[in-house]
Write a protein that binds this ligand. Structure first.
Ligand code: OXD
Ligand code: MN
Length: 652
């Protein structure tokens, strides 16, 4: 409430007092028994303006002026708030109930808005070289996109002016990481999408507790988001307004600021995830001396009861969620999940690398998730979950490729566009990038320390990708520098997580190619510099579950059997003499990978072979990539690593 006493004590006449009172009374009204106020003349329909820190209030006001919403809703993160947003979305046709499960919802997006749009994602810095290395003349840069500040200003004005007219601006205070942890960071997202609010409530710690941290003066990352419609024109699908033609995702590291327009989908709109936790996060980490990475974090306990934590970077849709929730096939092993997508890691004062999962939920790729591939995910996702672009079943449930065995007889299916679907339809039932958005705390194997404010101690880092040919199941880096080189030279088959078509083998250094917040070469130097921070650096490995044999079939069964690879890694961490040197790194000595009880025959010779021709081409591809994308900026240590690999491969 405004301070009326201050008004009455200000020595004004009764008339001015009464006029002022009327003005204040107009600004404040009672509705549903709650006090509502205004900001910049716009009604605040939920939450209290007085709870907002002055810096947050100023940020909201500035964007009210720009976006011109009809109302403002300050999110408190409560269940009541969530229920009313869910009701609103049901009325608008954005989501429908899935009565087969408890509190689960299905959203269908505009088919033009189904994935991250890497081509429309930019980092804004004064100089291009802060954002991306300078590619060779005539070559298109593939390590991010730069935008100049003046161009960004024009792009924002053009798109955001009046974009929320007639609608509500939601103010979402959120924390990446447990509220109050020294490793966590705060953000405030302004959005015109109720779907985004409901999803951010799952994916982040959101609402009142964060507002309180902000009131204590905590810094925050500014996140502005609009679906861009209907105020800006014709909407083809009113239940999922968006503006795909003009979608743009902008990041300003200097101001810790994110601006996203035109898409309501996933990483484009849930700004805590890729935009904050990775792109802006990596720039903050660079400044502050830590690492913000596209990595899962898992805890693994061996049969002796010894527990270790591992972080692993795989490109999008390459099985991070499956590994993070693995059910080990090796007896006596236990895996527990800390996170499935992002790790924030820093060395503590004793030189131990510690990691937190900054997220609060899983935004997992649905197709391929099944009782066989990931039974733990299947036990996690059927309550309190928002599914997007999966298929629906006549008994009020969901379906996607991989769930064939879970569909009762007689049940019919509608595909992600709502059309009748059968296995003969000739198109997938669920969109290949369809997702479940589900609270992490529901995971039956969530690690007891997953919210430890100090993070969990990391013993090993894994890099990996989908490599159908030439790359063995596992190899170990010779040392930290070699490990950084392995991360820098990661390649993987493209997936549906972004807008790429076809199955290309793409360079995806550190699985961060779409998520670097600053120049890749500076990022490499930052990783290399970590070796000066500790004498207890984690060991680094490369894994590949996806190698195919001459018959075109996978050589390795994957999933729970990957525990055999983790077992070998853990034994290496215990300095067991179970590795042998090869030109690319150390692989298991023959017979040292525990294959006892494996149900199918595995051709280990083929699985671990290192074909000279393949590796010559690999070295050539890496050399070309560095020459074209990075040129002289490539750190000397990486250049030397490449030279040494080439020599080792040539003399194979
Ligand atoms: C994701 C991605 O959504 O990497 O996690 O695309
Ligand atoms: Mn990801």
């Amino acid at each position: 409430m405004p301070d009326l006493a201050a008004v009455s004590n200000s020595g004004k006449t009764f008339d001015t007092y009464s006029a002022e009172f009327t003005r204040i009374a107009k600004r404040w009204s009672h509705a549903n028994g709650r006090l509502y106020s205004q900001l910049r003349g716009v009604s605040v329909v939920n939450g209290s303006v007085q709870d907002l820190a002055p810096t947050v209030k100023a940020y909201v006001e500035e964007n009210i002026d720009l976006c011109q919403p009809e109302t403002v809703h300050i999110c408190d993160g409560s269940e009541t708030e969530n229920n009313s947003l869910v009701n609103l979305m049901v009325q608008q046709g954005t989501i429908t109930a899935l009565p087969k499960y408890q509190n689960c919802w299905l959203a269908r997006t505009n088919p033009a808005d189904t994935a991250r749009v890497e081509s429309k994602t930019f980092i804004c810095t004064e100089n291009q070289s802060e954002t991306i290395p300078t590619p060779k003349e005539g070559v298109k840069g593939a390590l991010g996109h730069w935008i100049a500040p003046t161009n960004m200003e024009v792009a924002v004005k053009e798109r955001f002016t009046g974009c929320m007219r007639g609608r509500t601006m939601y103010v979402i205070p959120f924390s990446m990481g447990p509220v109050g942890s020294p490793l966590s960071k705060i953000g405030v997202e302004l959005t015109d999408s109720a779907y985004v609010v409901a999803s951010m409530r799952i994916m982040t710690r959101m609402g009142q507790a964060v507002t309180q941290q902000l009131a204590k003066g905590a810094d925050f990352v500014k996140c502005l988001h609009s679906v861009g419609a209907p105020a800006n024109g014709f909407v083809e699908m009113p239940s999922w307004p968006c503006d795909p033609e003009r979608t743009i995702i902008l990041h300003v590291p200097k101001n810790n600021e994110i601006v996203s327009y035109g898409s309501g989908y996933g990483g484009n709109s849930l700004l805590g995830k890729k935009c904050f936790a990775l792109r802006i996060g990596s720039t903050i980490a660079h400044k502050e001396g830590w690492l913000a990475e596209h990595m899962l974090i898992l805890g693994i306990t061996n049969p002796k009861g010894q527990k270790r934590y591992i972080a692993a970077a795989f490109p999008s849709a390459c099985g991070k969620t499956n590994l993070a929730m693995m059910t080990p096939s090796l007896p006596g092993y236990k895996v527990e999940c800390v996170g499935d997508d992002i790790a924030w890691m820093r060395f503590d004062s004793s030189g131990q690398l510690r990691a937190i999962n900054p997220e609060n939920g899983f935004f997992g790729v649905a197709p391929g998730t099944s009782t066989k591939s990931n039974p733990i995910a299947m036990k996690t996702i059927f309550k309190n979950t928002v599914f997007t672009n999966v298929a629906s079943t006549s008994d009020g449930g969901v379906f996607w490729e991989g769930m064939e065995d879970d569909i009762p007889q007689g049940v019919t299916i509608k595909d992600w566009k709502g059309r009748k679907w059968t296995s003969e339809s000739g198109s997938p039932a669920a969109h290949p990038n369809s997702r479940f958005c589900t609270p992490a705390a529901q995971c039956p194997i969530i690690d007891p320390a997953w919210e430890d404010p100090n993070g969990v101690p990391i013993s090993a880092i894994l890099f990996g990708g989908r490599r159908p040919a030439g790359v063995p199941l596992v190899y170990e880096a010779r040392d930290w520098e070699h490990g950084v080189f392995i991360g820098a030279t990661m390649r993987s088959e493209s997936t549906a997580a972004a807008e790429h078509k076809g199955k290309l083998i793409m360079h995806d250094p550190f699985a961060m190619r779409p998520f670097f917040g600053y120049n890749f070469c500076h990022y490499l130097k930052h990783w290399l510099s970590m070796k000066n921070r500790s004498e207890r650096l984690p060991k680094i490995y490369h894994v590949n579950w996806f190698r195919k044999g001459a018959n075109g079939k996978f050589l390795w069964p994957g999933f729970g059997e990957n525990s055999r690879v983790l077992d070998w890694i853990l034994r290496r961490l215990d300095n067991e003499d179970c590795a042998m040197e090869t030109p690319i790194g150390n692989i298991p000595k023959p017979g040292s990978l525990n294959l006892t009880g494996l149900k199918e025959d595995v051709n280990t010779d083929e699985l671990f072979s290192i074909p000279k021709d393949f590796w010559r081409e690999e070295v050539f591809a890496i050399e070309k990539y560095f020459q074209e994308q990075v040129g002289l900026e490539l750190p000397e240590e990486i250049r030397q690593q490449l030279k040494a690999l080439k020599k080792r491969v040539d003399t194979m």
